[in-house]
Write a protein that binds this ligand. Sequence first.
Ligand code: SF4
Ligand code: SF4
Length: 212
Amino acid sequence: MLGEGIVKGLAETARNFFGSYFQEQRLTTVQFPEERRPLPEASRNFPFLVYDGEDSEKGLRCVACRICEKECPPQCIFIEKSKDKKPDFVGKQQFYPDVFDIDVSVCMSCQICVEVCPFEAIKMDTEFELSTSDRFEALMWKKDRLARPNEYYHQIHPTEASEVDARLAEEKAKAAAKPPAKPAGNSNGGSAAASSSAPAPVQAADEVPAAR
Ligand code: SF4
Ligand code: SF4
């Protein structure tokens, strides 16, 4: 019937308008910013870097492999890999990013950096109130601005973060169950768990500590 869609749309609007006086779920607006609706778990905006423990430098999961930098479509990630290594949260010697910047004025929130990271080190944030009058410096987020604790990851994406923790814990247990590698040529410092060697990316993922 001609105009059927318009009639249905108006009927729905009327149902919500009058229904909102009686049913809260029909009230589709809130008094922002005093009132806020919880964001869906799947919402995303710009990336952040996950760290374990209390120290954002020591616990940063990123090992500066630069895969995300290469795969980012608009090339808005800038990484400088460290020359030296430092112990991560579990004592394993790892490279780390000396510099890790994201130009969020260019980022298109595609999440490809998250998909390609083998270390569960970069995830999507949900923060959206980010307006600034500084077009340049304020939108070039540095490592310290990007680092967020694993607890924060759990807060915004609880289901996904729990799955990641379970996966990391499983890989860590598998690595710990492997027979220890011969010491020849491996100068890794640290714990007994760290002495179980494996190919670099998987091994490093094994070494990432599970959330508490
Ligand atoms: S979300 Fe997409 S555009 Fe933004 S940093 Fe990641 S890969 Fe690049
Ligand atoms: S892919 Fe992951 S570990 Fe590698 S540089 Fe990017 S965030 Fe760091």
